[in-house]
Ligand binder design. Sequence first.
Ligand SMILES: Nc1ncnc2c1ncn2[C@@H]1O[C@H](COP(=O)(O)OP(=O)(O)OP(=O)(O)O)[C@@H](O)[C@H]1O
Length: 573
Amino acid sequence: LAVEVMADSNQAWPTVEIVAATFCTILAYVLRLRSFAVSHCAAFRLETILRTQLSEHLAKVSMGYIQQFGASKLSKVIQDDVKELHVFVADSTPLYARAYAAPIMTLIGLLILDWRLAAVTVGLLVGGFLVLGIARRDHGDLSKRYMETREQVSAAVIEYVQAMPVVRTFDTGTSTFGRYSEALEAYREIVVNWYRSVSFSSRFSIALLNPMPTLVLLLWAGAWLFWSNELEFSTWLATLLIGTGMAESMMPLISLQHLIGKAKISITRINNVLSEKPLLQPDKEYVPQGCDICFDNVSFRYTEDSDYVLRNVSFSTGEGTITALVGPSGAGKTTIARLLPRFWDVNEGKITIGGVDVRSFTSENLMQYVAFVFQDTFLFAQSIADNIRLGNPNATMEEIVEAAKVAQAHEFIMQLPNGYDTCAGERGTFLSGGQKQRITIARAILQNRPILVLDEATAFADPENEASIIEALAALMKGKTVIMVAHRLTTIKDADQILVFDKGSLVESGKHCDLISHDGTYARLWSSYERSQAWTFNSESQTSSVCSSALLPDEELFGVAEAISGNLSVEEA
Ligand SMILES: Nc1ncnc2c1ncn2[C@@H]1O[C@H](COP(=O)(O)OP(=O)(O)OP(=O)(O)O)[C@@H](O)[C@H]1O
């Protein structure tokens, strides 16, 4: 209209249209800003909701699933896939408007102005999309493989960093680093092949879908129609002004398709984790009658296709008693300790606490009854006080200090640079094994649960801190029902009952003095253990001990090996 007015000075200015156009332009800017703010807020909320949901869900599934899935893969889902959805939600809303609303409005405008020029523009863009289709023919498959190789790279990096002490000791990084470089190489290969296979078609399609070819075509076709007197000059000019609107929307459209593709893959992976069945939770709360524990004909295997690691295990422990589990390596002692808090559910039989099947407890309720101290202590990269406070989030500082004192940890904590505020480092790296152990004991003291599971809790005891750890454990165990796995036979001598396991079966049970008087597995373990107490390594006797051990029967070898793994002194008398 403006062009026509300029060409014919007798016409009045289209004031209404100009005001409307100005208003629409300002409105478009305001809405764009608003959509940016709304979509980013929604994306942050989604990110928080999904991460919370995933972490809560992981706390409910079996440990077996988490182990099989792998920490690096899980962290990729929680971090990267959730981030991918954030990007999708934040960026797709404005893109949707630019990718769909703008070309439709442009097409309507072009059809009103001149249908032939509209057809020419649409034809060019259709051609561009056909070429793009060729470029994206294997896109789904390739991007899946791309994601997989990226996952392998991040798993290899995590393994490389976590295993750094082993890496440095054994292979100066060459073979472990080799796995990382193989993963990187596979990743590079996928990217290069992908680039090669789509390079020409994607560049050509992008060239066609750019505004410039549309403009050139509209110029050429418009000029031809204009000189054939089939097109008004003002109409031609107007098509040139709005005609590229469709082409300008093509890049947002392609970006949107790309975002949708990536988001779909991430959604599938997040759904895979969320669809893993949580451990069964009961419909109602059952209250146990006491804290005695009973394993009733329990059989268990870690995976469907593996062998049973526990077979028909039955035993019971009285409330407030100490039960020790002993046996050769791989006998199933740790597995028993981990079935009680439902890290896994049994395949056959049942485990009861106070007469109630552990599967009839909700996870939260079960945790009110059971506390653990494992050999593999885990401290978070936060202050020592916060690490102890995990046992009871409401504990006051006085209660934390009191627990640390009972756990024989207070003294060494006070010698740390910032006392209770000292950061334990990632996984507690700034502390020794024995110190970490005493902090986890302090944590368990704060928890004050009636049932206590100890798995190799004295594993890190050296002569210097052994007495402290044992004293700490004695304080922790007072009045509780205790199940403890221990290699140090001295620590379990006074247990109310000792259960001896071999190859997943319970082979003997009783008190130390009863078991020792029978010529059974325990008696043999004990005599090997006692003999091993009298041995030591020195430059001469080391050779003789190795030679002697080569002549020992299996059980005795077990005793020596156990003694060594338990840091015991092996000295020839
Ligand atoms: N997460 C797991 N997945 C599959 N198999 C496992 C897993 N953990 C342990 N096992 C297998 O279960 C069997 C029993 O292992 P468990 O750790 O219970 O033995 P243990 O008596 O505690 O041994 P140790 O004294 O050496 O700690 C072993 O054969 C072991 O290989």
